[in-house]
Design a protein around this ligand. Structure first.
Ligand code: ZN
Length: 314
């Protein structure tokens, strides 16, 4: 099924929440309610990306080339101002922060949808491994580390299915701009993330929503090594997909991730969907490949995350 309906990490950005969505197994995805999603007319379907949706319909807010450009300009301005005040990060250095992580387990009323404390600590370990560049000699060490700041369990059928998500996030979110809140839910996607540049406008919903079966040891075949959280956290730190903007020179604003036309499914070595230089970065955490295929953030992605952290989360 995967080879023909490569859906899994189809992303979506909510208009209200400026969030990114990832879809899990396409089969169950279409059977599950897709909630908190912007109306189809407000959504952007990336050209040639229909197969990546797994039958969800449109699930990506259009960050137009113009908005993308505006975000870059605004970020550069903030960084320049911080550098002038001496509150930035020296050139060539990384922000290298320790990120407090709050895990919110949204169980249903009967307690279904739980994960064990062991799985949570394994998930934190995966974040540290992946952001630490430990899965490949090519991988960048981003300098970000993660520490579990708290685990909170709730029993609520609506919240478990990610319904009333803006409300439940506002009611349960912990910490400031630097705190990564993870809400574990059972929904039609693998994950959803907010961007750092939207924090000031909507701090109450900032964080990532993750399919609870994607944690290490979970039941989400091909996506149960905990790297959905890595992918979502990548967005939370300000990374786009490696196929953002498609086969264009601008692409994802990151110079060392070759442009690609469309998301990857599985782990097709040698895939080259874009005639611009370089093979598709199928091992990059910001593509849609299987967890087992993922092994890196690049040095320039690391720099971008550091810059975004300094601009919006430090
Ligand atoms: Zn994504």
């Amino acid at each position: 099924m995967r080879s023909f309906i490569p859906s899994p990490r189809a992303a979506a950005v909510l208009l209200a929440g400026s969030a990114l969505l990832l879809s899990p197994l396409s089969g169950q995805a279409s059977a599950r309610p897709v909630v908190d999603q912007a109306p189809a007319s407000d959504c952007f379907v990336p050209p040639g990306n229909a197969a990546a949706k797994g039958g969800h319909g449109p699930d990506t807010r259009d960050i137009s080339a113009a908005e993308q450009k505006a975000i870059e300009a605004r970020t550069a301005q903030i960084l320049k101002a911080k550098a002038a005040r001496g509150t930035g990060v020296p050139k060539g250095a990384l922000a290298a922060a320790t990120v407090p992580v709050y895990v919110n387990v949204m169980r249903d009323a009967a307690g279904n949808g739980d994960v064990t404390d062991t799985q949570i600590s394994q998930q934190i370990a995966v974040l540290n491994k992946t952001f630490g560049g430990q899965e490949s000699s090519q991988a960048a060490n981003t300098g970000f580390t993660f520490t579990l700041a708290g685990t909170f369990r709730y029993n609520n059928n609506q919240w478990h299915q990610d319904k009333q998500s803006s409300s439940y996030r506002k009611q349960t979110r912990k910490g400031g701009a630097n705190a990564l809140n993870i809400w574990l839910v059972d929904f039609a996607y693998l994950g959803i993330a907010t961007f750092p540049w939207d924090y000031a406008r909507q701090p109450g919903i900032d964080g990532i929503r993750v399919q609870y079966t994607s944690l290490p040891g979970g039941s989400e075949t091909n996506y149960n090594l905990g790297e959905t959280a890595t992918h979502e956290a990548g967005h939370w730190f300000g990374l786009y997909h490696t196929f953002q903007g498609g086969c264009t020179a601008t692409n994802d604003e990151v110079a060392d991730t070759p442009a690609q036309s469309s998301p990857t499914n599985g782990c097709p070595e040698g895939r080259d969907s874009c005639s611009l230089p370089g093979l598709d970065p199928i091992h990059n955490y910001m593509d849609y490949s299987y967890d087992s295929c993922y092994n890196q953030f690049t040095p320039n992605q690391s720099t971008r995350m550091s810059d975004m952290w300094t601009a919006y989360r430090a």
